[in-house]
Design a protein. Structure first.
Length: 479
């Protein structure tokens, strides 16, 4: 059945007016709080909104809302109104001492972002001088160095060489996490005090150990690989999550449907009866977020050979563009479903216009023939994909072979992409590149970069995928 929760109800003008009047009344009730309910705070040179929120035991959101701030960027000397309901002077002093303990080791010259923000040019001034970056990787987390991280490092170095050739000098400091008893040891001015941005650590728990320091001193930290670090974005304004979340990949896949209207498009979700509920639920949630109506067709793998008739009679439509989503990550069922809709698309008498969509895992299933994907122009939205016909990719592969006498693996491409993207951003926007990430979109070797704020007071998340389409001329189109 078509999911009724997708229906978007229209409010009448009268209903809307009632809502507006109610909201206005509520605003009037809270618009004149007692002055005694607030404290006055003058922003110090080392303070971020994160520190101030911790000091007063309130949320960053409440500071933004109370002071009508659109972002978390503060200026030295700025006066903030602070709700004092939860403030404890002893706790506040403890938090301030905690951060000043680090700040004492560093000159005011290093951490001067707030003062620089007073000049709007800070946000768009091209970088001059030497870029100082840090790379944190667990090279020797086992008895021998990890080949994956060595590959990442090798790709990283190639990107630095390219940036240097383009006229920007780079000073790279590499920290092997296995040389530190605790990851938190790196959270000090000794190691990260004069750094423009940090790439790594890899694992979310290690990122958490250094994130307070980076938030305090406004040092962007790029999470390079771990999708679990996405959970840290909400409370860490200087965290940048490079890997695209599974949810975002699915959202982009659903957006690629390009739904126009019920009269033109027909969306069908195929799932296995009583199985693989987790992925099916994710697909449904993505369709609901996109407000796309759909039908659900369920069947068991044993009845796969008899689904032709019900699909024709009740689900597919010869007069519309049929968008069929395979809502399963199980090879046997996915293979059967793709085969069935592929046959309907090439039927000699009544062929249906069908485009297929599916999980990235389907691409690894050996039982699905590539020709079936081509028959239905199969769409995938991927976090990573290398198009070896691309000129830049060919150039990278040749240089990598010449330098390292081996083929570049996925980690090498990822190291290159991250280093080149963020060094390019630093070069073009200066130390304020972080504030411009929302407008710096790039298509790179293995991944695309397009960042957005995870929340008003949180960090940045990458929302760009590599979208590929299997064409009937045996080529794969990548965008």
């Amino acid at each position: 059945p078509i999911d009724e929760s997708l229906a978007i109800s229209d409010q009448t003008a009268e209903d809307q007016q009632k809502v507006n009047d109610s909201d206005k009344a509520q605003q009037e009730e809270v618009s004149t709080p007692d002055v005694e309910d607030f404290l006055s705070h003058r922003v110090k040179w080392y303070e971020s909104i994160y520190i101030i929120a911790r000091k007063y035991n309130i949320t960053q959101e409440s500071i933004l809302k109370t002071n009508n701030l659109k972002s978390g960027i503060l200026k030295t000397g700025q006066i903030l109104k602070i709700p004092k309901a939860n403030y404890n002077d002893a706790v506040g002093k403890m938090v301030e001492d905690e951060f000043l303990g680090n700040a004492d080791d560093v000159s005011d010259e290093v951490f001067n972002q707030e003062e620089a923000v007073e000049n709007d040019e800070f946000l768009i001034t091209p970088f001059s001088g030497k870029a100082k970056i840090a790379l944190i990787l667990p090279f020797k987390s086992t008895s021998k160095p990890s080949s994956n991280y060595l590959d990442f490092y090798s790709g990283f170095l190639l990107a630095i060489n390219k940036i240097k050739a383009e006229g920007t000098d780079v000073d790279l400091t590499v920290y092997d996490l296995s040389n530190f008893k605790y990851t938190s040891e790196l959270a000090s001015a000794k190691y990260l005090g004069d750094i423009d941005f940090v790439v790594g650590p890899v694992m979310s728990n290690d990122i958490e150990a250094v994130m307070d320091f980076c938030n305090t001193y406004h040092i962007p930290l790029i999470s390079p690989m771990d999708q679990d670090a996405h959970s840290l974005l909400a409370e860490n304004p200087y965290l940048i999550q490079a890997p695209v979340s599974s949810e975002m990949q699915l959202d982009n896949l659903i957006k690629s449907i390009g739904f126009r209207s019920n009269s033109q498009d027909n969306v069908v979700v195929i799932r296995e009866t009583g199985s693989d509920a987790s992925y099916f639920n994710s697909v449904e949630a993505a369709l609901q977020r996109a407000a796309i109506p759909y039908k659900i067709f369920s069947y068991g793998i044993l009845s796969g050979r008899q689904i032709d008739a019900p699909l024709r009679n009740a689900y597919l439509d010869l007069t519309k563009h049929n968008h069929v989503i395979i809502a399963s990550e199980k090879e046997a069922f996915a293979s059967d479903a793709v085969r069935n809709i592929s046959l309907l698309a090439i039927d000699s008498e009544n062929p249906y216009q069908i485009t297929g969509y599916g999980s990235n895992r389907l691409r690894s299933f050996e039982t699905i023939e590539i020709e079936s994907y081509q028959n239905i122009s199969m769409h995938f939205s991927l976090g990573y994909y290398v198009d070896y016909s691309n000129t830049d990719v060919k150039d990278f592969v040749l240089k990598y072979r010449a330098l390292f006498r081996t083929e570049p693996a996925a980690y090498a491409f990822q190291g290159y992409d991250l280093a080149y993207y963020f060094l390019n951003a630093l070069r073009n926007y200066g130390k304020g590149f972080y504030n411009n990430l929302g407008g710096i979109d790039m298509q790179l070797l293995q991944s695309n970069m397009q960042f957005e704020k995870a929340s008003l007071w949180g960090g940045f998340q990458n929302k760009a995928t590599k979208d590929i389409i299997y064409r009937n001329d045996y080529s794969i189109f990548c965008r």
